[in-house]
Ligand binder design. Structure first.
Ligand SMILES: Cc1ncc(COP(=O)(O)O)c(C=O)c1O
Length: 442
């Protein structure tokens, strides 16, 4: 029999194959979290850790909020599960109604999934099926963007633009292409908010239209602010131009709002902050405050209506056993109530200046080659250590955790996105810790 891990002390033989983790490295020197409340985690030994990342960009209302906890408890004792295939339950309808109320105007339809990855694949399928329903089935191409992250399922992986996430998994989905990313350190380093340069990167879409014939393109998917690839804020005018090109060619524009949704940028959704409307958008994470896994795709009424023509019958052959799961819906309703009670969907606006100043105070700190920010998100990009890319930021992550602050790193970029309940002294502590950590690093 295998030697089993003695939980919390010896994890080297642990059964859990951890996702997106250097398992052998981690299990030799684990970082464990055992409890959470508000802005903080606690380790099993009782050490407090300030959450600078809202868990994994998802705990927007802070941890273990009473309304969410109570809603989930009530629901699990009332009805644990019920199907949503040719059956329904009131709480799924109620949650969808409430979501439609906070969605941008004209987005009154919601399709439930269980994660961001499933939301993305669902949105891509809806886009393809929509064109087919309207007699334009020749639109099969999907366009993503370099450095985009759209989850790990086959569709999202294909339109995503992170090489490491694809290289082990074969040729993927046919008919996918990518526009270039918008990161331009030479012109935009230390931009506050939207960078000035780079609107022309959107013209890459015209180039792909010319290359492939636009009538073969079904959809373009981008994150309004790229998150996982290191917080890339769209240059001024960029999203507007993407929108114009899509409209001109009858291509659907999908915003992946898995990170930007639910108040992260000071508005319920990024499309509202930037004043650019997509045709569909994907969400997850903050949808239930990370409490119960869930995702949702929002679509324009006109898209939904296109499916509701023709003879009676199942209009879209898509769905998950747990689409609209009662516990997830309960968590979601508790989450929306918490957001509403505390004004969290717009609270980032009042903190943004303080957040921006605190972030940019790291300009000039050892190793820092860029700071960028938008809403309550920021990135601090480090000069990679020669011959060891990613190593310096990883060490910063470990040291920050040991010092009591949770940050997140991708390659040599540190990403910060605290719960939206964060207070100014906690923001100051976050950046002060980071400054001290960076000064100690080789
Ligand atoms: C923009 C975006 N899309 C999709 C996903 C995938 O979400 P999940 O991990 O819930 O599948 C993520 C996750 O970070 C994301 O940031």
């Amino acid at each position: 029999m295998n030697k089993r891990a003695d939980f919390g002390s010896d994890l080297e033989q642990a059964a859990f194959w951890m996702p997106f983790t250097a398992n052998r490295q981690f299990k030799k020197a684990p970082r464990l979290l055992a409890r959470a409340e508000g802005m903080y985690y606690w380790t099993p030994e009782g050490r407090e850790v300030l959450d600078g990342t809202a868990g994994l960009w998802c705990v927007n209302a802070g941890h273990c909020r009473p309304k969410i906890v109570e809603a989930v408890k009530r629901q699990v004792a009332t009805m644990d599960f019920a199907p949503t295939f040719q059956m329904g339950h009131p709480i799924a309808f109620e949650f969808a109604e409430r979501l439609a109320r906070i969605a941008p105007e004209g987005f009154s339809r919601v399709f439930f999934t269980n994660s961001g990855s499933e939301s993305v694949d669902t949105a891509l399928k809806i886009a393809l099926a929509y064109h087919r329903a309207r007699g334009e089935g020749q639109r099969f191409r999907l366009i993503g963007r370099e450095r985009g992250y759209h989850g790990v399922n086959f569709g999202g992986m294909a339109v995503g633009g992170l090489q490491a996430n694809k290289k082990a998994f074969g040729p993927g989905v046919a008919g996918v292409d990518h526009i270039r990313h918008t990161h331009d350190l030479a012109r935009n380093a230390f931009s506050k908010g939207q960078p000035l340069h780079g609107v022309e990167f959107a013209d890459e879409l015209e180039r792909l239209c010319a290359l492939h014939d636009p009538s073969t393109i079904a959809a373009v998917i981008v994150e309004p602010v790229a998150g996982s690839a290191g917080v890339l804020v769209p240059p001024k005018g960029y999203l507007e131009r993407l929108r114009e090109i899509c409209t001109r060619h009858g291509i659907l524009l999908i915003f992946d709002e898995v990170i930007t949704g639910f108040g992260r940028l000071g508005h319920p959704f990024a499309s509202q902050r930037f004043g650019v409307a997509p045709d569909l958008f994907t969400t997850a994470k903050g949808l239930t405050n990370g409490t119960v896994p869930m995702g949702a795709v929002f679509l324009k009424d006109s898209l939904y209506e296109a499916f509701m023509q023709g003879p009676d019958g199942i209009e879209l052959f898509q769905g998950y056993t747990y689409s609209g799961h009662p516990m997830a819906c309960a968590a979601g309703i508790g989450t929306l109530e918490t957001y509403e009670d505390e004004g969290l969907l717009t609270r980032a606006q009042s903190l943004e200046k303080h957040w921006e100043d605190a972030a940019h105070s790291l300009k000039g700190t050892r190793h820092v080659i860029d700071v960028r920010n938008c809403g309550l998100v920021a990135a601090v990009e480090l000069e990679p250590r020669a011959g060891a890319p990613g190593r310096r930021a990883y060490e910063a992550f470990v040291k920050a955790f040991e010092t009591g602050v949770l940050i997140r790193v991708t390659a040599d970029i540190i990403a910060l996105s605290p719960p939206l309940i964060v207070e100014k002294p906690q923001i100051d502590r976050l950046y002060q810790t980071l400054r001290e950590v960076l000064q100690q690093l080789a």
